[in-house]
Design a protein around this ligand. Sequence first.
Ligand code: 3PG
Length: 203
Amino acid sequence: MSFLDGHAVVPVVVLDDPGRAAALGEALVGGGLPIAEVTLRTPGALAGIAAMAENPDLLVGAGTVLTAAQADAAVEAGARFVVSPGLSRAVVERCRALRVPVLPGVATATEVLAAADLGLDAVKFFPAATSGGAPAVAALAAVFAGMRFVPTGGITAANAGEYLALPSVLAVGGSWMVPRDAEPDRLRELIGGVGAVVAAAGR
Ligand code: 3PG
């Protein structure tokens, strides 16, 4: 069981205007992608998480969580899962204490081993494209049989299927369907296109 069950693609959101968060959440739900990882990279990210958390049909989490204090703030704002670009014991332990699923980032075998040592059975593979792409995930999965991966970073509608074809891949993350400056119509089109990518991968 994972919080990602039923979610093959995790939209990675960089929110410049928290006032747009609710509409974006509705667009995601309406487009069949009822999950969002809002990155803590902009001043309005926590307000955006809070706005999205009001949508009962949307599973909202926080990304780019680098410290235990950020995990606290994200969960306080309403985040129901936490994603980090790297593996921090402090972040993992705080999320456990908060009873919130955490997905820390790894890019090497040593880091996967460190994650397994912390008792984790799922990790973000980041940055996926520049860390060897789907072949690298397959190579790591061959060694770490119990580990599941969420490749993120450089994933697009064109290459998401390569990752989703791997049984070790729980889901892929990406911002390709939620570009920062997209107009609502374009957003709807991009979000609506994700279903075909997932279906083509047999998910
Ligand atoms: C992340 O925070 O996971 C990445 O920035 C997402 O990568 P992408 O923008 O290349 O999809």
